[in-house]
Design a protein around this ligand. Sequence first.
Ligand SMILES: Cc1ncc(C[n+]2csc(CCOP(=O)(O)OP(=O)(O)O)c2C)c(N)n1
Ligand SMILES: [Mg+2]
Length: 822
Amino acid sequence: MPKSQNINPKVVRKPQFIEFGRIPVNQYNKSIDEEKKNFSTEDFIRIYHDMVIIREFETMLNLIKTKNEYKGIAYNHPGPAHLSIGQEAAAVGMAYTLDIDDYIFGSHRSHGEILAKGFSAINKLDEDSLYRIMSGHFSGKAFKVVEKGFSGSIRELSGHFLLYGALAEIFARENGFNKGLGGSMHAFFTPFGIYPNNAIVGGSGDISVGAALYKKINRKRGIIVCNIGDASMGCGPVWEGISFATMDQYRTLWDGDFRGGLPLIFNFMNNLYGMGGQTAGETMGYDILARIGAGVNPEMMHSERVDGYNPLAVIDVFKRKREILKQKKGPVLLDTLTYRISGHSPSDASSYRSKEEVEAWQKEDSIITFGDELIKSGIVKAAQLDAIREEASDLITHILKLAIDDEVSPHLDLNLDPDGIGKMMFSNESLDRMEEGIPEVLIPLEENPRVKSLKNKERFYKDKKGKPVSKAKVYQLRDGIFEAVIDRFYKDPTLAAWGEENRDWGGAFAVYRGLTEALPYHRLFNSPISEGAIVGTAIGYGMCGGRVIAEIMYCDFLGRSGDEVFNQLPKWQAMSGNIIKMPVVVRVSVGSKYGAQHSQDWSSLVAHIPGLKVVFPATPYDAKGLMNSALQGTDPVIFFESQRIYDIGEMFHQPGVPESYYEIPLGEPDIKREGDDITILSIGATLYPVMKVAEKLRQDYGMEAEVIDARTLVPFNYEPVIQSVRKTGKIVLASDASSRGSFLKEMAHTITDLAFDNLDAPPVVVGSRNWIIPAHEMENSFFPQPEWIIDAIHQKIIPLKGHIVKTNYSYENSIKLNKEGV
Ligand SMILES: Cc1ncc(C[n+]2csc(CCOP(=O)(O)OP(=O)(O)O)c2C)c(N)n1
Ligand SMILES: [Mg+2]
């Protein structure tokens, strides 16, 4: 279905100039007296209070890190503490107007932001809700600690809860917001709208875009604020996140009330430094960060630099920018100017900046300046501010004592429960839909052209007379995936899918053909060519509560989403202490015929990463059943699909692929052919050459091979394989992945470990060569061929009578190849 937007050469070839407008820089100029109409005395005091308490919290951490002591209390904290002393006004100003439904994301330096947002949420929630949140969090364990002996209001108690939950998290205590599994750089508390902080610089740059998509696609209240540093502007995920967030289609193609920009503010906490590199003047070229917005879209992202040393200026800009988001004209880019007086980390020797510079900023310290202004304008007396600072210091002392008390605040006891963290790696839930509601679709399922055409397809590869069905007529592997996907779109209102060429093209390999007709834009759309952001946004969408399918067009492009796949997708469930679910399926198509950068099977790489489920079906029946399971679950699944077999028909499951819904549990290998003489375990499309091997073994050598299709790499039930090995005493493992360090080697090792006594010979691995993948014409020298497997059996397991070897599996050759590293 072509798009309605025609590209007219007469228009696009016309000469013209691009005009840039003006970007405001530090334009806020109201006095406190002028602001009196916008803030009550209580408001002013609250702003001061929040800044002071953040300062004291971090001063305490700084002393603990550098002197192992705060106010006579000794403690050694071996973990990180990236402090933001000096940045309090920026944090409090950012959070001040945010509502409970507004979510913030952060960086490694976000203690101040989470406390500021926490205090802001506490101020906005009623006491019943606060009580419910605190007593409901991990059965109220942290709440009970702060509640003991406390006699003030619930709101005051909530402040204690916030500080204790954050500090216990920083000190890796079980009572921390995330059971101590997140720690300083990742602490967050979703009930207060505080979403993950990210130790990977710029990590929130695309994840937060996914959260904004979640709000928009599911019509949820609230906006997203992505708090990241100025140096993160050099990071791919940030640029990709920005381009993903500013796509034209939100305003041109999305329908009805979905039309319009994302509710998102990229808020760069610009302290003018990376660790020691100066972003303006040294490591970047933007001079003033806000300039970046100018090039991104005609609205220049409503970009603005604000003086983040003045909390009222930041509050003012957030109020104004929220209006822009309300009009669906987002996203917004904010350059919130601030300064980090503390070191990058407590071990920072400050070798990169002068004492004079730090002192100059200390002279303008936002807390002192703001306090003085409040006194000068008669809003408070100096004694009131002194009292706030004293109370803050007492409170932090009290909280510190609680957080370091091993009785009150123990660490997770992994001696008592050695699998304590293991249990949190996956959520393992089975949910038809992530929330109730009627999924938005364009036509009834039965009217879908592809669904109709599938009715006429043969769901087994041979017809009733035993004649192979033509490609045009046979139900293919891509159809199995399609059926599972479209079924879920009609079941789960939160399900959305995106990736390159996902919409009108029908997916690069026609898996999604028919979806464009079925789904509005907000549920299926083309992304920019941003593999990082395709996965990163899916992560943000998933962690907020939506189900999502992201697509990577070729497995080789997984590297482009390396951080998202290796560091983000697999980790947030456990790092949240299991609060977050991650119902994200990443479809990854494995190529062939297209040479070195389009044909790589990297399933082994992702199987190595703890926290990902990894699936690789080889038949239409398995593809449909496994995709159904992946989409029914709440865990991240990397779903590999081989381009060699997208059009293959079902050869194993009689009488063919069922029309109705069924699930194949992840982790169960499948015996595709029974035999007593040798076991062959294959992964992915290698099943088909392996079946040829089994046939040849029978015909030429009178051996019956048992062929097991792994179907899933993680999780994996070894029992059927071990049972088979007990019967045959021999096993070969084969897949298209390069053999060195491959998952086959991991399996071979585990099988040896579990069935050593049953084996006549060590398991033999036949993978691809450790080369670049050559052109299609030479591929047979790279990917495992049936003859290679037979050669390997002959040379390494059992001599086959009369067999003439072509491939060299000798000891000498193995030593030589390993020596050469190929
Ligand atoms: C991807 C990545 N690269 C490098 C680092 C090491 N590192 C931690 S913080 C930091 C500087 C970040 O500067 P900025 O984004 O401006 O944030 P700030 O520390 O100033 O708050 C660096 C290089 C990291 N954590 N992640
Ligand atoms: Mg910085």
